[in-house]
Design a protein around this ligand. Structure first.
Ligand code: NIG
Ligand code: FE
Length: 425
């Protein structure tokens, strides 16, 4: 890589989150950010080379200081690049009309069961070509970047035919190649039963299992397999079959679980050995205990609860029970049209009883683990990718205290400045 070294100096707080690359943080460990006051980091060849007090880094590189681009981070907070482990990034169109209907009393599931919701985005996405999907999704990715996010998971699930699911995954792959943000892909053919299978949902489940999953796996279009396990969508039995089929084809399981109603989704996630269970607004105590026992990561989406005007998942209870917790936007056109991980962290504190330290652990290293990237990203440690976010606040608590504001000043991806003061560089 032909770039200058980047020397970020003297942050008032440099949050390293070191020592948790192997397993996600749980319980009290989620409070331990490993902060260096007056911290600095030397980035070179796309990788973190040295992390320490400013004097230590300066001493280590004293003969090469002239070569480096220097960022003075005094008075600022420096963290690992934020990671968003659950999005529906690639889709066409938007659903303001449904938002308006919900504000007047219609429910999310009513709208979906009447042919709107996921079905409405599915028809828009089926009609869109690769370029349109690329352009619409790229705009969102640019916004993710200016909000401090350097890696994003992206699910399919608005195609619901093999061809249209592959189209979404291919576009996600093109975005990964052409955008600074890294994208990790998840197949979610079981996002809804499409209208053409309404009378015979079992036949759609068979189609997902026998045709979609094998082909997506064969073409290496995704790393995970997800399902919307919810009353009126896919039953726990159908979800189990779909997730096991994914595992057989090398796609570890993720699951949209217990979002609208309690449906033993957390229990299912634990029993199939899922990497993560997501949503969990209505997870049972038994399910939470099982997640903790199996080390399944709870990916919590407080923006979705906020936007659906529902009670948030109980993040506090899950952390106290020993479940590794991660946070995500769930960015999608129906239940959470946001790209702001900073806002999600605010909601984690204000609506789920999490502390400012816990939400930062959840949006970095634990989010990285939720997409099997704990060894590469999510903390500031020698050898990891040089993905760094600088916030214009003096300490990590300020990020949550001055809520609702994008405090991101500079975003660094693999050692290069890619965004500054809300603009792409
Ligand atoms: O995570 N619950 C299912 N899927 C998405 C919403 C998708 C949509 O409404 O378009 C979610 O909330
Ligand atoms: Fe989702």
């Amino acid at each position: 890589m032909n770039q200058k070294p980047l020397f970020i100096r003297n942050a008032s707080q440099l949050v390293t989150l070191e020592g948790s690359s192997e397993v996600p943080l749980t319980g009290e460990k989620m409070e331990q950010l490993h902060i260096i006051e007056g911290g600095s980091v030397w980035l070179e060849d796309g990788v973190i080379q040295f992390v320490g007090k400013d004097v230590e880094v300066e001493k280590a590189y004293k003969n090469r200081l002239d070569e480096a681009e220097i960022i003075d981070a005094s008075g600022k907070l420096v963290t690992p690049g934020l990671v968003d482990p659950h999005t529906h990034l690639v889709h066409a169109g938007s659903r303001e009309n449904e938002f308006n209907m919900r504000l007047q009393g219609a429910s999310y599931m009513e709208i979906m069961n009447n042919g709107g919701g996921i079905h409405s985005t599915t028809s828009a996405t089926r009609k869109a070509d690769h370029q349109t999907l690329f352009d619409e999704s790229k705009k969102r990715l640019d916004q993710f970047l200016t909000h401090g996010v350097t890696t994003v998971e992206a699910k399919s699930g608005y195609g619901l035919t093999l061809e249209d699911e592959m189209k979404q995954l291919e576009v996600a792959g093109q975005l990964h190649e052409n955008h600074q943000i890294d994208i990790v892909r998840t197949f979610m053919g079981a996002h809804a039963v499409p209208a053409e299978y309404k009378e015979n949902p079992e036949a759609f489940v068979d189609y997902v299992i026998n045709e979609m999953i094998p082909e997506v796996a064969r073409r290496e279009l995704a790393e995970f397999n997800d399902v919307f396990c919810e009353r009126g969508v896919f039953t726990p039995e159908q979800s189990k079959r779909i997730l096991e089929a994914g595992v057989e084809h090398g796609l570890p399981a993720k699951i949209h679980a217990d979002e609208i109603e309690p449906y033993e989704g957390a229990e299912l996630a634990a029993s199939v050995g899922a990497v993560s269970a997501e949503h969990l607004l209505k997870a049972s105590d038994k399910g939470i205990k099982m997640l903790a026992e199996k080390g399944v990561i709870a990916v919590l989406l407080p923006g979705t609860a906020f936007f659906l005007m529902a009670e948030s998942a109980n993040g506090r209870k899950m952390i106290d029970a020993g479940v590794p917790v991660a946070l995500s936007t769930d960015c999608n056109p129906g239940s959470s049209p946001t790209v702001s991980m900073p806002l999600i962290m605010n909601l984690g504190c204000l609506k789920m009883g999490m502390t400012p330290a816990e939400v930062l652990s959840a949006a970095t290293i634990n989010a990285a683990h939720a997409i099997n990237r704990g060894k590469e990203i999510g903390s500031l440690e020698k050898g990891k990718k040089a993905d760094v976010t600088i916030f214009d606040v003096p300490n990590y608590m300020g990020l949550q205290y001055r809520y609702g504001v994008n405090h991101v000043e500079t975003v660094i991806k693999e050692g290069s400045v890619v965004a500054h003061k809300g603009r792409l560089v």
